[in-house]
Structures are given as structure tokens and as C-alpha cells.
Design a protein around this ligand. Structure first.
Ligand SMILES: [Zn+2]
Length: 723
């Protein structure tokens, strides 16, 4: 197969995403008062509503609607005051009532957008001549506008566990277990317009959405646990063409890497098929990361297959302005705005600011740190604090399987460590050590450094004798320095550090070495070098040693005698007209400020939750379940509008009935706090809906369902649906 870049030179990939997010931070399910929890014993959080018992009536969860409205506001959507729930019919054991409650053509949130900035290697996936994006002057990055068609509310299905099959999949499984705890979990589905053109853009969109939802606090957005999951649609067309090609849908994109790599593979696969004169079929494919390929799952159904119609048990919504304004008022500062503020307010590097702002936990730790007193009196410390958090602390948390939320480290400790680092009292490498010691002991950084004698010696009277020893012991290197090779200073600093057993301050060693060698060469010009060449070349900055040996022992103050021999401050001559300390000092500083990134701390890693009972991948893949989206029903904006009329027409009847059924007053979405299960309610209340909602008792057959999915036959179609 051709590479992605090769393919995208002649083909344009058209990508759309469908992203499901469970509203995990809520207390209860979408239409009943059952507790939301992934960790409880299977089938303990269930009731007649989420088990689809006859006569049970749903009551919408007000908090869930609050969450979706916030999600819409944060993604620039128009909040639709009037919308309603629909039934999407299918038979599968993971949804006991045989239909999923979802939304129709009009969702709570419509027509939003997110803007992305694509830079670095990922920007190269877009051919540089492509249009509709804004390129930077040097063409190394671009920004693109991604429209969001809608965000609608629906409910999750139960979790199925297939036993005995390969990798937990239904194929060749001997039996399937069902856990209805998840059934009825509030789920929001965001559907983008097909505006994405590269796998990198898809990945960035997903990342940005995840950061946004995390900031809103509406979900834990865990991709590994499946509370945020993504399907990708992709089709190819020749560059310049406007008609869309046939698309395939990719499932199982359960990490940012899978999302990128799965789409990349699928684009290359389709190009190969098309270039060989073949045909791409509209089908759902499954990405297998371990084998790096996609395989066919099923051929796509259409919305007609689902017999989508307005749910007669749920009244249409009529959100009030006050309700929407309340949601708006509760919106937090979003990650991008926060990062921009960190840059302008604290002078952070853009990358550090983005990393901190992208995680609510890291951001609040940072803000608590800069609220500490020492930072108030020395604002520049904020940069050092951010640097520590993004690198050493994040690295430590990852290795310890901990997070900013549950770490024992305190903002005060981090600030105290930042103070020591900025004074040069300890090396960056020692800083990393101190992070671990602070977390383990709860002690202040200063106390730890003093207790262990880690403080670097900066006293010249102790350092100069070592410098003199090293200069005497390394005549060759000293000569190289005088010949203009200023890089050799790094080696000499290393020698000094060795002799000081790691406790000398490398930056100060560097300065003393340069000063001493320059002064010495000046005294003995005859020795070898022409005067001019003795100076360090300004173009070659002197580097501090890359790896100062870091022993915790303090330097043994070497014989004081040398102190008096301290070379004159080279008052004149070539050495001072070109101050040797300026460069080296600077170099040492930057070296110290940028500790080699250890194991790329990246995101504050989630602790691998070993406690969680194995959640076979297959349970999330819903191998044979119909796609969870009202696809064709999802209209382009045009049809959405035209069908609004239809919906309005349908509304009075439904509204009347549901009003009688006392589900929820349209203007006041009820709260599912107590016993939402209406199985206990007087039958008469449900009377008017009974005709519609009563299940055809054609078969209260047990879900023997070994067959993946029953094909819908005319006989099985609900005859109540009037379209
Ligand atoms: Zn329930």
C-alpha cells in the first residue's frame, strides 16, 4: 500500500466523527433513579424502567440535560429550546425494552464548531496546497474550522460479556453475559460535519473535545474504560472532485492512537481498492490495532430499519431561557482560554501552559501553587513551578501510578523546590530526586535538601582549589580551550564535579574555569597561543556538563589556602573585554532550566486501574449490535429544518398523551431524584399511552440470542409506527 502522504497527494479524504460520551459524573441514570456506577456487582443498579418492564415510564434526568446544554455551549452550538426524544427500535439483549431512547432530527445542540491548530509532523499530512485552511507564513502549521452537526442525548445499552470467544468477541463465544447496570446511562453523541481531511485532524479534534468535556466536569472521558468512544467515517475522492465517495465506518477507535492509525489504514486501503478499479462498499469495519488492519463487521443499516418515531412516553422539551442562562453561567474557563491566560499572566511557555490547562487537576494544582506566598513575592517562580509540574512531577506521578488529584505532594512543597532550583542550590537532576522524597515523606524541599546535604556548594573558596587542581591535571584540554575549543569546558566541569563528589555547583565551576583559564593564558602569552585565540569563541557557547555526577555528599572544603590564590578578576586584557562569564553563565542557566525530559511525562497518566474487573474489549464493541446512531435519519441541516415541521405536527398528539401520562411537564424537566420508576404509579395514569407503549406480547421470549442480529422482517415491525 502507498503511504498516507502519497495517497493524500492525489486523493482527498473526507472524515467525519461520531463521539459518544457517557455522563459519568451524574448520580443517576437517564430515565430512572438507578445509581450510575461501573464498579458495582452486575445487575444491582436496575429497576423496571431500565429493564423495560411493561407499564414502567421514563422520567428525564434534569442534570443530564444541564450537562448536554453545557457541552453545546462550550462547542459553539445553538441550543434548541424545543426538541424531543425518539425511539430507535431493534432487538438485542443489551436493551431490554427493544428500543433505544434517543433524539430525532432536532437535538438539544445543533450547528456548533471547534477550531483546530495543526502543527509539527501532523501538519504534513495535509498537502501544502490544500485550501479551506489558514496556513502559517512558513507553511509549517495551519488552522482549520470543524463544524459540528449536532450533539444529541441518548441512553447507553447494557454491557455484554462474551465468554469463550476469541478476544472476548461474540464469534465462537460459548455464552454471553449481560450486565444491565450500564443500561440507561446518559450518553451524549456528538456528530461532526465531514470537515476533517487527515487522521491528525481527527485526533486533534478528539483531544480538544476531551479536554473541553473534562473542564466542564460532565464525564471522566476515559477512553480506556469506554466512557468516551469514537467512530470514524471516511471516504475518498479525487482531488478537485466535489461529489462524495462511498464511506466506511470504523469502530473500536478507543484511543487517540487507534483513531489516527485506524483512519490512516482505512484511507490507504480505500485508495488501493479504488486505484485497482475496485469498489468501496458502505460497511462498518472494525480496527484491529494488534494486526494493524480493518475488517468488515457488517453492512450498514439505514434509519428506516430502526422505525424511528417520537417517544409517546416523553413530552417534548421546551427549555426556558433561564435554564439555558443558568447553564451558561456555570461554564468554567475553557482550556484554550486558560492556557492563553497562563502565558500572559505568568509568562509560561505555550506548550507548558497548554499541558497544564488541558487537565483540570493539573491546572488547579498549578493555580494553588502560584497562590503560595513565595510566588507572590517572586512571580518568576511560576515558570519554574510550571516546568516542574509538567516534567518532574508529571513524570513522577506517572511512574507512581498516581494523579494530581490524589498525590500526597502539596503545592507548598513544589514551590519550595522551585525556589531551590531557581537559586541553583541543587541541580535539576537532584530536583527530580527531591520530588520523590517529598512525596514519600511529606517534608518540605528545603528540609530534605539540608538533611541530606544535597545543597550544592557555591562558595568560591571551596570551588576554586578544585578548579585549579583540574586545570593542572588536564593540560591537554586546557590547551584545546585556549585554541578556541570552548566546548571542552564541559569536560572540565565534569572533572570538577567528580572531584567535588557531585556537590559543587556546575554553573559556578563553569564560570571559574573559564575565568581561570583566560586569566592564566593572559599571564603566559608566550606559552603557545596568540593572544586573540585564547578567548572563547563567542559563537560557541560553553555548555555545562550534561551529566553532573549527583552524589548527595557535600563537598569537602578543600584546602583553604588556594582561596588566596584566586586569580585576579582578570581586570583587563582580552579576557575581560569579552567577558567570559557571560556566555558560559547563560549557557549553564539554560541548561539548568531545561532538565532533560525524562520519560516524556505527557499527560498526567491515569493509574492503570487494576481493581476494575476485566472489561473485555468486546463488550464495548457491541460486535453485532446495530450502530448506535440514527444515521440516515440524521439529516443534513436542510432536512433537519424540513422535518421540524413534521415533528411539530407530531407533537400535539404525543404531548397530550404524555401529559396525561404525567411523565414530565414540558417546561420543567423533572429531576430523577427519587423513585422515578413508575411501576408503582396508578395504572390509570398510563392508560392513554398503554395502547402505544404496550409491547406486543408476540413473544416474551428469553434473549436466547445466539444470532448476532435478527434481520427485521415485515412481521416484526411495530405496527404502531405511523410515518
Ligand atoms: Zn433503573
Amino acid at each position: 500500500m502507498k503511504s498516507l502522504q502519497e495517497v493524500l497527494e492525489s486523493w482527498e479524504a473526507v472524515i467525519g466523527l461520531e463521539i459518544h460520551t457517557e455522563l459519568t459524573t451524574l448520580e443517576t441514570k437517564m430515565f430512572c433513579s438507578c445509581r450510575l456506577s461501573h464498579d458495582d456487582e452486575p445487575n444491582t443498579n436496575v429497576c423496571p424502567v431500565c429493564l423495560g418492564m411493561p407499564g414502567a415510564l421514563p422520567v428525564p434526568n434534569r442534570q443530564a440535560i444541564r450537562s448536554i446544554v453545557k457541552a453545546g455551549l462550550a462547542t459553539n452550538c445553538e441550543i434548541q429550546k424545543r426538541s424531543m426524544f425518539y425511539r430507535k427500535h431493534y432487538f438485542y439483549p443489551d436493551m431490554a425494552k427493544n428500543f433505544q431512547t434517543t433524539q430525532g432530527p432536532v437535538a438539544f445542540c445543533m450547528h456548533g464548531h471547534l477550531d483546530l491548530t495543526v502543527e509539527g509532523e501532523g501538519a504534513k499530512e495535509r498537502p501544502a496546497n490544500s485550501k479551506n485552511v489558514t496556513w502559517s507564513a512558513d507553511k509549517s502549521s495551519y488552522s482549520t474550522h470543524v463544524r459540528i452537526l449536532r450533539i444529541h442525548m441518548e441512553e447507553d445499552a447494557a454491557k455484554m460479556i462474551h465468554v469463550g470467544g476469541e478476544e472476548g468477541r461474540i464469534t465462537s463465544a460459548t455464552e454471553s453475559l449481560i450486565d444491565y447496570n450500564r443500561c440507561g446511562t446518559p450518553l451524549i453523541e456528538l456528530v461532526t460535519e465531514p470537515d476533517l481531511r487527515t487522521p491528525e485532524e481527527a485526533r486533534l479534534f478528539m483531544e480538544k473535545l476531551r479536554r473541553t468535556f473534562l473542564a466542564l466536569g460532565i464525564s471522566d472521558c476515559s477512553m480506556e474504560n469506554g466512557s468516551m468512544r469514537c467512530d470514524g467515517n471516511v471516504s475518498l475522492r479525487r482531488r478537485g472532485d466535489t461529489a462524495l465517495g462511498t464511506k466506511t465506518e470504523l469502530k473500536n477507535l478507543n484511543s487517540f492512537k487507534s483513531l489516527h492509525d485506524g483512519l490512516e489504514y482505512e484511507i490507504r486501503r480505500q485508495a488501493e481498492v479504488l486505484e485497482m478499479g475496485g469498489e468501496v462498499f458502505q460497511e462498518t469495519r472494525h480496527w484491529e490495532p494488534s494486526r494493524r488492519r480493518t475488517v468488515v463487521m457488517r453492512v450498514k443499516e439505514t434509519a428506516d430499519d430502526y422505525r424511528l418515531f417520537p417517544d409517546p412516553d416523553l413530552a417534548p422539551f421546551d427549555l426556558s431561557d433561564e435554564f439555558i442562562d443558568e447553564c451558561r453561567a456555570e461554564l468554567p474557563e475553557l482550556p484554550e482560554a486558560k492556557a492563553a491566560r497562563y502565558v500572559s499572566q505568568y509568562g509560561l511557555k505555550a506548550a507548558d501552559a497548554a499541558q497544564l490547562a488541558g487537565s483540570p487537576e493539573a491546572a488547579s494544582f498549578f493555580e494553588a501553587s502560584v497562590a503560595e506566598k513565595p510566588v507572590a513575592s517572586k512571580p518568576a517562580l511560576a515558570v519554574q513551578v510550571a516546568n516542574l509540574l509538567v516534567n518532574d512531577v508529571a513524570g513522577y506521578l506517572k511512574s507512581a501510578g498516581s494523579t494530581f488529584a490524589d498525590t500526597a505532594l502539596t503545592p507548598a512543597q513544589v514551590v519550595s523546590l522551585a525556589g531551590l532550583l531557581s537559586e541553583g542550590a541543587i541541580s535539576a537532576k537532584q530536583g527530580r530526586e527531591v520530588v520523590e522524597l517529598m512525596a514519600a515523606s511529606g517534608k518540605d524541599a528545603v528540609a530534605i535538601v539540608d538533611e541530606r546535604g544535597m545543597r550544592q556548594v557555591t562558595d568560591d573558596s571551596a570551588l576554586q582549589p578544585i578548579v585549579d587542581e583540574v586545570i593542572a591535571a588536564c593540560p591537554d584540554q586546557v590547551q584545546q580551550f585556549r585554541d578556541g575549543n570552548s566546548r571542552v569546558v564541559g569536560f572540565l566541569v565534569g572533572q570538577c564535579m567528580k572531584r567535588a563528589k557531585g556537590s559543587g555547583n556546575p554553573k559556578r565551576f563553569n564560570e571559574l574555569l573559564v575565568a581561570s583559564m583566560a586569566a592564566a593564558s593572559e599571564k603566559e602569552p608566550a606559552q603557545a597561543v596568540p593572544a586573540g585565540e585564547a578567548e572563547p569563541k563567542p559563537s560557541a557557547p560553553v555548555k555545562a556538563p550534561a551529566k553532573p555526577a549527583a552524589s548527595a555528599k557535600p563537598v569537602k572544603p578543600a584546602a583553604k589556602k588556594a582561596a588566596s590564590e584566586k586569580p585576579a578578576k582578570s581586570a583587563d586584557g582580552p579576557a575581560t573585554t569579552q567577558p567570559p562569564t557571560a556566555k558560559p553563565g547563560q549557557a549553564a542557566k539554560t541548561a539548568a532550566a531545561k532538565p532533560a525530559k525524562p520519560a516524556k511525562p505527557a499527560k498526567p497518566a491515569k493509574p492503570a486501574k487494576p481493581a476494575k474487573p476485566a472489561k473485555p474489549a468486546a463488550s464495548r464493541q457491541k460486535a453485532a449490535k446495530p450502530a448506535a446512531k440514527p444515521k440516515a435519519e440524521e439529516p443534513s441541516s436542510k432536512t433537519a429544518k424540513s422535518s421540524t415541521a413534521k415533528q411539530t405536527a407530531a407533537r400535539p398528539a404525543a404531548a397530550k398523551k404524555t401529559a396525561a401520562a404525567k411523565t414530565v411537564s414540558p417546561s420543567k424537566p423533572a429531576i430523577t431524584t427519587k423513585a422515578a420508576s413508575t411501576s408503582t404509579k396508578p395504572k390509570s395514569k398510563a392508560k392513554s399511552t398503554a395502547k402505544v407503549s404496550e409491547p406486543k406480547s408476540t413473544g416474551a421470549k428469553k434473549p436466547a440470542a445466539k444470532t448476532p442480529r435478527t434481520k427485521k422482517t415485515a412481521a416484526s415491525e411495530p405496527d404502531t409506527s405511523k410515518e
